[in-house]
Design a protein around this ligand. Structure first.
Ligand code: GUN
Length: 293
């Protein structure tokens, strides 16, 4: 039996989605509008197809209208940009998500920049990343937002705590650090980012009261990297050769040392989807109130 409390992201995501569904219903009754989420899927990568299916299912059950745009894997950059522009101009679409990774011949960064910042459900546009960096966030990347929500709802204090984020990606590590260092609830932490060029990664991780791991390496973080009693948040998800799933953290070892830990699956993943819906609803409310029909 692990010593650590298991942080049940799936259960929290279900609660958050139920709360959101009620808010959406009330808002739709007043405005006559359903929040619209457009998901763009290029190609047929099996993992992306599973993620997209889960996102659409959640959107449906929360009272959203969902628009699936499927494109062949050999689509040109211009054709994909044209599709994004169409969604930008479509008043029934309030949130746009281009599922990543895109095929190699496409320039993801340029495509993400073409999404209208007001409809950027993923929060990846430079305007939204900039607002987050300046401490005035609007649409925030979903995975770090989900981790913050989990820490708040599980009453894990961050104020004044040493938080170490493993990974410096634009999708998780960087925005995660910005959220944790921001002023206010779920923030006010002392944040260190460690990455592939860091010296003594295990030693730096051992300093953490809260360790957030988004390294993209299966079971990289060992029990010996964790300070006894620390909280461990595992953002990774990988499929082992035997078909089972694991995270970036060696769960068997870490759960003996940590005081609380997220499982994989059923930890951070479901929260990402809950935050995607929240972002889309926030976008819908802003767009409809600034342009009522
Ligand atoms: N692929 C893996 N994670 C994500 C995400 O958060 N958003 C999008 N659009 N694609 C992803």
């Amino acid at each position: 039996m692990p010593n650590a409390r298991i942080l049940d992201g799936k259960a929290l995501a279900n609660r958050l989605q139920a709360e959101l569904a009620q808010e959406v219903q009330a808002w739709s009754a007043v405005t006559g509008v359903k929040p619209g989420l457009a998901v763009v899927l290029v190609g047929a990568e099996p993992a992306s197809m599973v993620y997209v299916r889960n996102k659409r299912k959640a959107a449906h059950s929360a009272g959203f209208e969902d628009h699936l745009i499927e494109m062949p894997s050999d689509i040109s950059q211009q054709a994909l940009v044209d599709e994004v522009e169409k969604l930008n101009a479509n008043p029934a679409v309030h949130g746009i998500l281009v599922q990543l990774p895109l095929p190699k011949h496409l320039d993801s960064e340029q495509i993400l920049r073409r999404i209208r910042p007001e409809k950027d459900a993923d929060g990846f546009h430079p305007v939204n990343m900039g607002l987050l960096a300046l401490g005035t966030p609007k649409l925030v990347p979903c995975t770090p937002l989900g981790v913050k929500e989990l820490l708040i709802r599980e009453s894990i204090p961050t104020k004044g705590k040493r938080v170490v984020v493993v990974g410096r990606s634009n999708i998780v590590g960087k925005p995660m650090a910005l959220l944790l260092m921001a002023k206010g609830e779920g923030g006010d932490a002392t944040v260190t980012i460690v990455h592939t060029a860091s010296e003594d990664m295990p030693g730096l991780c051992r300093e953490a009261d809260i360790l957030v791991v988004a390294a993209g390496q299966p079971e990289m973080v060992k029990g010996s990297w964790i300070k006894p009693g620390a909280v461990v948040i595992d953002v990774g998800i990988h499929r082992r050769a035997d078909g089972s799933l694991c995270g970036d953290v060696d769960f068997a070892e870490a759960s003996e040392v940590a005081s609380a830990i997220t499982p994989v699956p059923g930890g951070v993943g479901p929260l990402t989807i809950a935050m995607l819906l929240r972002n889309t609803f926030e976008a819908a409310k802003s767009l409809v109130s600034s342009n009522p029909s």
